[in-house]
Design a protein around this ligand. Structure first.
Ligand code: AVJ
Length: 321
């Protein structure tokens, strides 16, 4: 067993990027923060709880799809390596690795922002799959895809509908970077949450237990810790709603009163007027045509489109066009 870590983005660069993103986003109207900053240790734990909520169907739907199709997909691609973009050391990863082992693959490469998560997951996977070479790459999927070393035929996976956090404008350069990772016989497997009636989408982001609210507010604690902030989560309300025109969930924090705070490390005073919103996340919902068109613009062809029985979620397989 071998577990190796490659860092394309050290703690200094992470801190610098957060500082620049926070300054840019919090001085805009509306105030906005990139969704990637939810995922410190607590945020990742909260997201893990979200995936087990009765209302949050996404993870179950995608796992079910992979239970049905992982083997067939891996048999079709016959990769030497699976590259997973974004945190993924879950049951879904295991389904892919089981299939990889059966079809003669040898390496798993995981890209994640957290070095600790990579190390822990690498150890676990190394123990479970003694034949597997594991490479953890510390980096940001919007900046570091080109730095991921290739060892042979690859299946690049981006699961969980994390792509939904990007706007259409942000999606294009991301998909072009993915395209650039692929040789002719390589493939890209993308998980996307599908457009569906509003009530279920609304429930998935407004769970009865309030875990999504804690997850949303966690970004304030990240700002406090990383940038010396003095924001109080109790001063904000969780708000998530589906925008049917843009076919996406909008997640925000709403100031419950006038708030004067500051981010000491940025020397940035922060004022929220009552009801002012901080935009914390978008979660786009997809249709087949939208994915096919997005692939095409990036030089990819939609080769397979697999959905679960209720049509809640899809796996899209792309090949270089
Ligand atoms: C991990 C980005 C796919 O958008 O559904 C869960 C994050 N936000 N509940 C999503 C999330 C609120 C999730 N992704």
């Amino acid at each position: 067993m071998s577990v190796e870590i490659l860092s394309l983005c050290g703690p200094e660069e992470f801190a610098r990027t957060l500082a620049a993103d926070a300054r840019a986003g919090l001085t805009r109207r509306p105030k906005t923060l990139p969704a990637k900053y939810f995922y410190d240790e607590r945020g990742s734990e909260l997201f893990d709880r979200i995936t087990r909520l009765p209302e949050y169907y996404l993870t179950r739907a995608e796992t079910g799809l992979l239970e049905r199709c992982a083997e067939e997909l891996v048999a079709l691609v016959r990769p030497r390596e699976i590259v997973e973009i974004g945190a993924g050391f879950s049951r879904k990863t295991q389904l892919l690795l089981d299939a990889l082992g059966k079809h003669g693959g040898q390496r798993f490469v995981a890209l994640d922002v957290s070095g600790d998560a990579l190390r822990a997951a690498g150890e676990r996977l190394g123990a479970r799959y003694p034949w597997l070479e594991v490479l953890g790459v510390r980096g940001d999927f919007e900046r570091h895809l080109a730095g991921i070393p290739r060892s042979g035929a690859r299946l690049v996976c981006f699961l969980g509908s994390t792509i939904g956090n990007l706007t259409a404008e942000e999606r294009l350069p991301f998909l072009r970077d993915v395209r650039a990772m692929l040789a002719t016989n390589d493939r890209f497997l993308l998980g996307v949450d599908l457009v569906k009636p509003l009530a279920r989408l609304h429930a998935a982001y407004n769970d009865a237990e309030g875990v999504t609210e804690l997850f949303n507010k966690n970004v304030l604690l990240v700002l406090n810790r990383e940038l010396g902030g003095d924001l109080d989560p109790r001063d904000f309300a969780h708000r998530a709603f589906y925008d049917p025109r843009r076919e996406r969930i909008e997640m925000r924090l709403v100031a419950l009163r006038r708030i004067e705070a500051r981010l000491a490390r940025l020397e940035l005073p922060l004022v929220f007027e009552p009801t002012e919103e901080l935009h914390t996340e978008i979660s786009c919902k997809f249709r087949r045509e939208v994915v096919a068109a997005g692939f095409k613009d990036a030089g990819l062809v939609l080769e397979r489109w697999l959905t679960d029985e209720p049509g809640d979620f899809a796996l899209a397989l792309g090949r270089p066009g």
